[in-house]
Design a protein around this ligand. Structure first.
Ligand code: AMP
Length: 378
């Protein structure tokens, strides 16, 4: 199957080629024709599967093919996302794929944590709006945006939106949209809460489920160390230095811990920055950019952002602390070995956490030979 078979506008196809996409991913093969047809879709797929293009390509195509008629100065497409990081990532894909189109298509991301004024000023005339729920409602209440022209609604990482407690905001937003519209919902998992949302939102949707991420995690090399809390810092430095890790993503369970770990690494001459929910948007994007471009050796992050990070072929992920849920574990280690490149995910486990870690591994149908850090010299 090739992208040409989707009958997309030639300018869009040219952008796909210049992004280096040669063949569509499995979810793209199944989902793009459904979205082009205008049907509702429920896509069960995680970040990394290529799901973004599943809605970006048909949406741009539809806007281009509908030109000539009356053009509203209000958004026709609304993409709701849980985090600022994902908002930025999605708008980048829209921008990349709408380069040099015969008619300019304007996309914009709005999210909290930054001043609302510049967003209010530039929102007029936007065709595609990518938004986190809270900020979108703020903009709507200030009359900066009118959502009554929205013809397509996309919920991206819907499960995460619910986990972050956005249910009320989401429902409030649905009320502001025209009843007749296409709805596309993407989620890594299906929960009862999500089923409830599906029921109100989707009308006779096509359901596409892309193989469970557990299968993908099978490709990732996992290793683990038994280590006491006090020895975690020295073990981390030892591993980074000994294995000459040039780019490593470290996960902690809280922002405070992330700051501490990054601080300690920096003191010891290892270039590290932390990112978490309490950091400003510019600090977060700046750190992420440096990390992606290879200028930053270690990025220390919390689970809140683990899903929003789009970094291909990340060689190392280290779980400095265990996540609470197996799902988070999968999302964390899923940052390595993406796009079929090899990756290594290392997990630090205290003796007290042995049982919890076993539960996680059992869910993933994986086994790890643990290394006792007491036997190592560092
Ligand atoms: P997503 O799941 O949409 O976050 O995409 C994950 C990564 O895969 C992104 O870096 C995309 O640029 C890349 N990608 C998406 N579709 C394709 C494709 N058909 N071929 C190669 N890479 C792709």
């Amino acid at each position: 199957m090739s992208f040409a078979e989707f009958n997309l506008h030639p300018s869009i196809l040219a952008n796909v080629t210049s992004l280096g996409f040669e063949i569509p991913t499995p979810i793209q093969v199944q989902a793009i024709p459904v979205v082009v047809e205008g049907q509702d879709l429920l896509g069960i797929a995680k970040t990394g599967s290529g799901k973004t293009a599943c809605f970006v390509l048909p949406i741009l195509d539809q806007i281009l093919k509908n030109t000539g008629g009356e053009r509203s100065r209000q958004p026709k497409v609304l993409v709701l996302v849980p985090t600022r990081e994902l908002a930025i990532q999605v708008v980048e894909v829209f921008k990349e794929l709408s380069r040099n189109l015969p008619e300019p298509v304007k996309s914009m991301a709005v999210y909290g944590g930054v001043s609302i004024n510049p967003q209010m000023k530039s929102i007029y005339g936007v065709d595609i709006l990518i938004a986190t729920p809270g900020r979108l409602l703020d903009l709507q209440r200030s009359n900066a945006v009118d959502l009554t022209k929205v013809k397509r609604l996309v919920l991206d990482e819907a499960d995460k939106m619910l986990n972050l407690g956005f249910k009320k905001e989401m429902q409030e937003i649905f009320e502001l949209l025209p009843k007749k519209r296409q709805n596309l919902l993407f989620s890594a998992t299906l929960s009862d809460q999500l089923t409830e949302i599906n029921r109100v939102l989707l009308s006779d949707p096509v359901v596409i489920e892309i193989e469970d991420k557990v299968d993908e995690v099978e490709l990732i090399n996992l290793s683990g160390y038994f280590v006491s809390d006090e020895r975690k810092g020295p073990l981390l430095r030892h591993l980074i230095n000994k294995q000459d890790m040039k780019q490593v993503l470290v996960f902690t369970s809280s922002g405070i811990k992330a700051d501490k770990v990054a601080g300690k690494l920096s003191k010891n001459g290892i270039n590290a920055i932390s990112i978490h929910g309490r950091k400003s948007q510019s600090a977060r994007s700046g750190a992420l950019e440096k990390f992606k471009s290879g200028k930053l050796q270690v990025l220390v992050a919390t689970d809140l952002i683990s899903r929003g990070i789009d970094i291909n072929e990340l060689p190392y992920v280290i779980n400095y602390e265990l996540p609470r849920s197996p799902k988070d574990f999968v999302h964390r280690v899923g940052r390595t070995g993406r796009a079929k490149s090899e990756g290594l995910a290392i997990t630090f486990v205290t003796r007290e956490e042995t049982h919890h870690f076993k539960v996680i591994l059992k869910k993933m149908k994986r086994y790890i030979d643990m290394i006792d850090s007491e036997t190592l010299e560092f």
